[in-house]
Design a binder for this molecule. Structure first.
Ligand code: M6R
Length: 604
């Protein structure tokens, strides 16, 4: 979602801020802007649309200054117009904001009643006007900022410049992440480590309620009560070069093809091939004592949770509940004492998943976070962190994070089975050697990408596409449908193959392609029967399978290597990613930043 950069530097801020905003493009946005303070005077440039539009504005009307704040905005309150774009500015301050000010209406009414005038419709402008009012009342900047924070409800990360002072910047974090970067005679603020990559690798993650006063030569962090506090400095692993497409046309393509490497990395952290064992980070609780596992996530991470349910129940015989984070805490879930709740999130910042995590924590559950971003809020609030080691994922459509999530969840399921005495040493070693084959098999699937590009050409004109699978392939069918719809804008749904006859088969005609996921397992005959029912109604079936026996009447078959239950879902994720990717390319959509979507969804 929105991205923030703030620089108190020694060289011109605008080119550096534009570089940082480009690194933040992956988060999704629909307008952008920058502001500087130079010789005490604030000025700004903003533009709706992509950063190229802002670049054009800056080319016409450059902006000087060593201190600046910049923002990419994903519209929540008010359309993505120039007036609603950040920074918001008055004669006293300039401000950028991520999140939502929930009490902006009463605050706005209060300000309107005192004659304050508003330019746009955003909740952020209320903060700008309130802070200005306190400065106009004579408060010093630090006091005015603190008093403003005390009036705000909701989730926010703020970054503020003050007119009349080129060496002063304020930041605050409440519900939305904000990171301080420490430089050499410079200091920075950013919405994540990616914003600051290339500027600084020495980072301070502000904690909930923290606010900070930055100068070039110093920094003071305060907690919510206004007490000066010291927060630890962490070294960022995110390099600016990671935000690079290499030889690929899109980040998504690069990330799909990186999967054998990153899955090998992830498995390398969790498997010991010499010993034939799974190793997990140190546990603050006994795995063997867990009576129930609750898995909660959104989007693609939710489908990873659905696959994990099959593994955990089958291998470790522990009951598993899976839910979508935005539904979970509102249905008053029944927790089991001593239960483990695992929150799965690439970003570790998804607002709904974070809220669900806090709900489960308040109910006394043991909390694990399976995340890609180690400094993320979920990682910091969990009792146990299971990193997925996928490296930065830039494409909005999640690909490598999904297969790394699955790899770690498979390892977790085996370890749980071991802890409960259901998986003996020999079985554990078998599982480990099975999982060890995954990267090699993934590379074989990717080798056939040209075949999927051909299939994509044949289905790219469809209005609706169905994905079907049984058992552990059912979540992969849903993931395939999500991937396709989010980047190609073709309507797609994933169904359990056995459910088609209960309604969805009414949609089938010669215009509706159906993608069948059918590894040669104990369910293949049933899945193939379901696909034959579709073909009997003129549906165009693409079969993704290692079984070459059922090719009659198919639109196409995408060949897969044979794989067992532990590896097959990881492997079958690849063809559906490739199908979505090549279909989107065929349709000419914006693959990496599809319309209306954000990489990290930090509002509920
Ligand atoms: O960062 P998270 O894993 O918590 O994100 C959850 C979803 O927003 C995310 O998976 C989304 O569905 C992706 N765009 C799917 O490709």
């Amino acid at each position: 979602m929105c991205g923030i950069i703030g620089i108190l530097g020694k060289t011109q801020a605008v080119p550096r801020m534009m570089e940082a905003l480009k690194r933040l493009e992956y988060r999704g946005y629909d307008s952008a802007g920058v502001a500087t303070v130079a010789d005490g005077r604030l000025d700004r440039r903003r533009a709706p649309g992509k950063l190229s539009a802002l670049e054009a504005v800056l080319a016409d009307s450059p902006l000087a200054g060593l201190s600046g704040i910049g923002h990419t905005r994903w519209a929540t309150h008010g359309e993505p117009t120039e007036a609603n774009a950040h920074p918001h500015m008055t004669d006293r301050i300039a401000i950028v904001h991520n999140g939502i000010i929930e009490n902006f209406r009463p605050l706005k009414d209060e300000l309107l009643a005192t004659g304050v005038r508003f330019e746009g419709e955003t909740d952020t402008e209320v903060v700008a006007r309130l802070l200005t009012r306190y400065l106009n009342e004579g408060l010093a900047p630090r006091d005015a900022f603190r008093k403003t924070l005390g009036r705000l409800e909701g989730a926010f990360a703020l970054c503020v410049l003050i007119s009349g002072d080129d060496d002063l910047m304020f930041g605050a974090r409440e519900g939305s992440p904000l990171v301080v970067g420490l430089g050499d005679g410079e200091n920075y603020l950013g919405s994540d480590a990616m914003a600051l990559a290339g500027l600084s690798n020495r980072l301070i993650y502000l904690e909930e309620g923290d606010w900070a006063e930055l100068k070039r030569g110093g920094l003071q962090v305060y907690d919510a009560a206004g007490n000066p506090v010291t927060r630890p400095v962490t070294l960022s692993q995110v390099a600016a070069t990671m935000v690079d497409k290499g030889n690929h046309r899109h980040f998504m393509q690069k990330e799909i093809f990186e999967q054998p490497t990153v899955v090998a990395q992830a498995l390398g952290r969790y498997l010991d091939p010499n010993e034939g064992t799974v190793r997990l980070p140190d546990m603050p609780f006994e795995l063997a004592d867990i009576p129930k596992v609750t898995l909660v996530a959104c989007g693609t991470s939710y489908y990873a949770a659905q696959v994990a349910r099959y593994w955990i129940e089958k291998i470790a015989r522990v009951p598993v509940e899976v839910d979508i984070a935005s539904e979970f805490r509102y249905r008053d879930p029944v927790y089991q004492a001593g239960g483990l709740a695992i929150f799965i999130s690439q970003s570790g910042e998804t607002a709904d998943t974070l809220a669900a995590l806090r709900h489960a924590k308040a109910a006394g559950q043991r909390i694990a976070a399976l995340v890609n971003v180690m400094g993320s809020t979920m990682a910091r609030e969990a009792d146990l962190v299971l990193p997925i080691h996928a490296g930065p994922e830039i494409g909005v459509a999640s690909t490598k994070a999904f297969t790394c999530q699955l790899s770690v969840l498979a390892a977790f399921a085996i370890k749980l089975g071991v802890a409960r005495g259901l998986v003996d040493r020999a079985r554990e070693a078998d599982y480990v050697s099975e999982l060890e084959q995954t990267p090699k098999l993934m590379a074989r699937v990717l080798h056939n990408d040209g075949k999927m590009a051909e299939i994509a050409r044949q289905i790219a004109d469809a209005r609706d596409i169905l994905f079907v699978g049984r058992g552990i392939q059912f979540p992969i069918a849903m993931e395939g449908a999500l991937k396709l719809k989010e980047i190609s804008y073709i309507h797609a749904e994933g169904y359990a193959a056995g459910e088609l006859k209960h309604g969805p088969i009414a949609l089938i005609d010669e215009k509706v392609p159906v993608i069948g996921l059918a590894p040669k397992d104990e369910l293949i005959d049933k899945t193939v029967s379901n696909l034959q029912e579709i073909m009997a109604r003129k549906g165009r079936v693409v079969l993704i399978s290692d079984n070459a026996e059922h090719e009659d009447g198919l639109l196409a078959r995408f060949p897969m290597p044979p794989a067992g239950d532990l590896v097959a879902p990881i492997l079958y994720a690849i063809p559906v990613q490739l199908l979505a990717y090549y279909t989107a390319v065929e349709k000419g959509t914006d693959v990496d930043q599809p319309r209306n979507l954000a990489k990290s969804v930090t509002v509920e």
